[in-house]
Design a protein. Structure first.
Lengths: 64, 147
């Protein structure tokens, strides 16, 4: 699954650690999502969407 | 909000070690190990004790052991979703690896293949050690996948 997390985080000028703290997950989780090695659960995807005030579909796109 | 639990927080020299988290997780394990050791020594020194007394002393470490399991579950519940997945993969790897290696050793023994110290299969301590080593390997593999 493709996502815009790295770009959105860069816009806010947050480090991976900052974002991890805000979402209450580990920095490794943020890195794994950004590098598309791990797809977050639905509750975490909702948390991310709420934090960036966007819909889940705008942040996460199904890969081919 | 609390930071999620990670394995590094209970691994000394990991750079993220927390004595508080380590004690919260492993205190009952230390109590279980200590009572096991002490009662084992006592039972060996007193062969005249009744079977009931021996059974009670042998089974007493189960109480701190169960409290340790409770703390392990609490620790895992405090992990974030990726850490939980990594641990699930690592434990599955360790359990399946122990099962497969145990089956291989037992089958070779049953077919009369000499295996030296493993002629009677894995000992209890050997099984625990093997599972622990496989868990370490499983954790390293799963961590590498999500790095």
């Amino acid at each position: 699954m493709k996502n815009q997390l790295r770009e959105l985080r860069a816009l806010k000028q947050w480090s991976q650690g900052d974002l991890a703290d805000k979402l209450c997950v580990s920095r490794q989780t943020i890195n794994a999502i950004e590098t598309e090695k791990y797809d977050p659960s639905l509750p975490l995807a909702f948390k991310i969407a709420r934090l960036f005030k966007q819909s889940i579909e705008e942040i996460f796109k199904a890969g081919d | 909000m609390d930071k999620p639990n990670t394995i590094e927080s209970v691994q000394p020299l990991s750079g993220h070690y927390s004595l508080k988290k380590d004690l919260r997780l492993n205190a009952w394990f230390m109590v279980a190990a200590a009572t096991c050791l002490v009662f084992d020594l006592l039972i060996k020194r007193h062969p005249e004790w009744s079977p009931l007394r021996r059974a009670l002393l042998t089974l007493t470490p189960l109480i701190p052991g169960m409290l340790y399991v409770r703390d392990c579950l609490h620790f895992i519940r405090g992990m974030d979703e990726l850490q939980r997945r990594i641990q699930m993969e690592a434990w599955l790897f360790a359990a399946m690896g122990t099962l497969i290696l145990g089956t291989i050793v037992n089958t070779l023994n049953a077919n009369g293949v000499p295996l030296g110290r493993l002629d009677h299969g894995f000992s209890l301590v050997g099984t625990f050690a093997l599972t622990f080593v496989l868990w370490l390997v499983g954790t390293a593999i799963a961590n590498g996948r999500y790095k």
